[in-house]
Ligand binder design. Sequence first.
Ligand code: URA
Length: 434
Amino acid sequence: MQMTELIGKKRDGGKLNAAEIDYMIQGYTAGSIPDYQMSAMCMAILLRGMDEEETLNLTLSMVNSGDTLDLSAIKGLKADKHSTGGVGDKTSLVLCPMVAACGVKIAKMSGRGLGHTGGTIDKLESFPGFSTEVSDEQFFKNVNELGIAIIGQTAELVPADKKIYALRDVTATVPSIPLMASSIMSKKLAAGADVIVLDVKCGDGAFMKTEDEARVLAETMTKIGKGAGRKCAAVITDMDQPLGWAIGNALEVKEAISVLRGESGGDLLELCIALGSCMLTVGGFAPDNEAAAGMLREAIASGKALEKLADMIEGQGGSRCDVYDTSRLPAAPVVKELLAESDGYVSAIAAESVGLVSMQLGGGRVTKESSIDLSVGVVLKKKVGEFVKRGESLAQIHAASDEAAEKAAKTLMECFEFSAEPVVRPRFIKDIVM
Ligand code: URA
């Protein structure tokens, strides 16, 4: 077999078989196929596409390029969730304890943030003493006994994706449905969960700009999940502004806790109920999404969801007191209000730019090696569709110094757009694919 022939076949719209896909993926991972040939193949796939069978075979071959996690030592169904990325996305911190309180085992590996995006692992490290680096034995023990653990990635999962993603990033081949779906799903399959629920974002700040594109990606990924023998569902959500109110590590943890306490709701709770309902329903824990939503709301009302978060924090070295008293979490020395300069309706909040403001305050990494300030960030006071009066607060800036807060205020003001007329926010949950 020759890589040149395979590139030509795909260039001409042909279908690659399982052996050909495996030759290409394992060869590229091992280094026998050079970057320039793989780049040409990625472009051919982007232009010609792949059918369902090819996309599944591509995903399975990528899974086989590295380690896979065997979760069989954990009793019961294990669930995992993936988001295609968002600013202020603290969903896992709310969703995982909620579904764990309903009896689903959460055995989750999460990542760190880079650039304007936050990572669950960084957010969790806002709890003093909390460790995201635990042995496999401890991980399995915690999930078995507490029903929940979230750790950093340990095993070398899907090395093929690391190499291919780096190549796609510099060859304009990221926005291809088969390449994105196989990239995301190979990592989810390798991480071993039985139930996988996907949050597929669409809109300006997302990879998928339109609802139709997002639906195709969601359908492709759920078909891969089911084709690989997992239970899978996806929720398509609008990404026209940051999710929830807070952007920044400890600030997002505090918001997540307020939702688990039943004190805060909005789009974050709506998303967690939608994702959690899918998990409970496809996992067989609830007869339908409506019943599942009732179970999840009850988990909050009874305090059990908050207790699950406390169990997890304590089980991984933190103190459960920090969950019940958030004044113990990191807090920035300077809090500055961003005041509206005139009356109007908030018509847009540029999510990515708000993420960059948080990063510039020190809350995000510029490179993988940079250290971050867990206390800083932004708390929105108004969201799209709300009316604001001149002099009212649009947002709070949490900063390490007056100077940093002053600088951030200028950029943050540019993230807001206003309208004299009332603004109707587009539907947040666009669709559910089960
Ligand atoms: N996230 C991934 O992990 N892979 C992609 O291709 C796009 C987003």
